[in-house]
Design a protein around this ligand. Structure first.
Ligand SMILES: *[C@@H]1O[C@H](CO)[C@@H](O)[C@H](O)[C@H]1NC(C)=O
Length: 292
């Protein structure tokens, strides 16, 4: 029901605007994708293992998350038969660098400094993990502007959260952001397409081509209320614990805790709008790789 209401609301809003579909706009073409077709480790020309917070701050939450994000380790992050698997495991990796006392291992990978994008249609096909205390996420940053394409917590496995955070929302409503919930009844047993259409007019979220959430750029916009004018990179991770997911229970790790990602695809307009770019960035044309 919630989904229908939001969908109708979004549809009504959209009639007045240029963005009108959850699926790939016809004038966009593929500029980068990872289909995870090579078995073994992730492709480090595109991805990094993001491990900086393991010891320093347990991932910046007031209630610390419980996972140690492993560096290059197939058990936590691997590609098998065209699928990327990110797996959380109940184990103590005290022999690994920067271990911060955690009793769970997991994976967190980013495209920071390797693949970042301003505007486009982003599609990530994924099947989510299950189990109380688990928290898979597919998102984009830099901090300040955060596009949460998909977040889910184990206690409500079939509810997907999409969200936008800005310095303004962090100051005024905190972590609530522009949160919208969408029910996807088989999110942990089937793959679904998590989609974002990010343009100069706004950011719209969809699941399997159905629009569920849209935020327009404010009329009077600034880096404070609309930082979505600079390149953002992807982050994929499976967290354990933390304030939102809460602790795992005795059933959580009786089955594997895995987020499976079939692909990450990025489409852009052939003529990109002018954007603010960091000085040290190479021109876009030399940084994108065409896959199809
Ligand atoms: C890759 O991850 C999957 C899902 O957790 C797991 O079943 C498989 O054993 C892993 N592969 C390797 C080589 O560790």
């Amino acid at each position: 029901m919630r989904f229908c209401t939001l969908f109708l609301l979004a549809a009504a809003l959209l009639t007045a605007t240029a963005i009108d579909a959850g699926s790939i706009p016809s004038d966009y073409s593929l500029v980068w994708a990872d289909e995870f077709d090579t078995d073994g480790f992730i492709d480090t020309t595109s991805w990094n293992y993001d491990t900086w917070g393991n010891k320093i701050n347990n991932w910046q939450t007031k209630t610390p998350e419980l996972q140690y994000y492993a560096p290059k380790r197939l058990k936590n992050v691997n590609c098998t038969n065209g699928i990327l698997y990110i797996t959380a495991i109940k184990e103590d990796l005290s022999d690994q660098p920067n271990w911060g006392g955690q009793s769970y291992s997991s994976g967190r990978i980013t495209t920071n400094t390797k693949r970042d994008f301003t505007y486009g249609f982003f599609e990530i096909r994924a099947k989510l993990s299950r189990g109380r205390g688990t928290h898979p996420a597919i998102w984009m940053e830099p901090r300040g502007g955060e596009i949460d394409i998909m977040e889910q917590v184990g206690q409500t496995p079939n509810t997907i959260f999409s969200n936008l955070h800005t310095p303004y929302t962090l100051r005024t409503v905190g972590s609530k952001g522009n949160d919208v919930q969408t029910v996807v009844s088989n999110a942990v047993t089937e793959f679904h397409n998590n989609q974002v259409l990010w343009s100069e007019e706004g950011i719209q979220f969809a699941v399997d081509d159905r629009v569920c959430h849209r935020v327009d750029k404010p009329v009077s916009s600034s880096m404070d209320n609309w930082p979505f004018v600079v390149p953002h990179y992807f982050i994929l991770n499976v967290a354990v614990g933390g304030a939102w997911a809460g602790p795992p229970d005795s059933n959580t790790f009786t089955e594997p805790v895995v987020m499976a990602v079939d692909y990450v695809r990025v489409y852009q307009k052939s003529v990109q709008p002018t954007t603010t770019r960091k000085k040290d960035c190479k021109p876009r044309a030399s940084r994108v790789r065409r896959h199809l």
